[in-house]
Design a protein around this ligand. Structure first.
Ligand code: GDP
Length: 209
């Protein structure tokens, strides 16, 4: 399967939305608790070794980081939530920025919510699902680090989370993902392609460019 995300590059980071890129085109946000595997997933999906390292640089971790896939199509790395070294009041502030972003961003077409398959649907995850539901945003869940469980256990976890999602955010979708084995990468890219409206024709265009 063709990967449309190889040319993805860092655009800018901003703590609130003041210096965000123009709110036009389409973008997909990646949300998750710290350590959920968000950076690893972004790197694997874009086939870049250190794209998301930028988001981890000191000072950038609390920013909303924008990446350009191609003209007016973006991936957005939201601040990871739950990092122990950050004060409660700081976390509260990030929460507000994330909530505001999800509620107001016109070009946002959907949210990828990443959760460690062994610790799904923690408080923050449920909060994000509620915000997405309220904002009418489609949501796709990646159950990350699927390699940490045996196949049967991973499948059972998937079914369990699927049941809970049907209550928390009906209509949302989910899949297993592993940055280590790369399982689920094609499925994740297909979902991104679908939401961003990237088709085989776009592929021909970029091949010609
Ligand atoms: P982030 O804080 O959400 O950006 O998480 P990272 O991508 O930095 O990953 C957190 C930790 O989990 C790191 O030690 C990664 O090596 C590890 N990790 C991430 N994805 C996977 C995975 O698919 N499988 C395994 N086994 N470990 C992973």
């Amino acid at each position: 399967m063709k990967n449309h995300y190889q040319q993805t590059r860092f655009l800018l980071g901003t703590p609130d939305l003041r210096s965000a890129p123009a709110d036009t085109g389409a973008e997909i946000a990646f949300a998750g608790r710290s350590n959920a595997g968000k950076s690893s997933a972004l790197n694997v999906i874009t086939s870049q070794r250190s794209l998301a390292r930028i988001s981890k640089a000191p000072g950038r971790t609390r920013e909303i980081n924008f990446f350009s896939v191609k003209d007016n199509l973006r991936l957005v790395d939201l601040p990871g939530y739950g990092y122990a070294k950050v004060s409660k009041s700081m976390q509260k502030q990030w929460q507000q920025h994330i909530a505001r972003y999800l509620e107001t961003r016109q070009s946002l077409v959907g949210v990828f919510l990443l959760m460690d398959i062994r610790h799904p649907l923690k408080e923050f995850d449920q909060l994000v699902l509620r915000w997405c539901c309220a904002a009418g945003l489609q949501t796709h869940v990646l159950l990350t680090k699927a390699d940490k469980l045996k196949r049967g256990a991973a499948k059972a976890a998937l079914l369990q989370v699927r049941r809970q999602l049907q209550v928390l955010h009906p209509g949302s979708s989910l899949q297993l993902f592993s940055a280590l084995t790369r399982d689920g990468t094609d499925a994740a890219r297909e979902k991104l392609d679908d939401w961003l409206g990237i088709t085989a024709e776009d592929l021909t265009d970029s091949a010609v460019e």
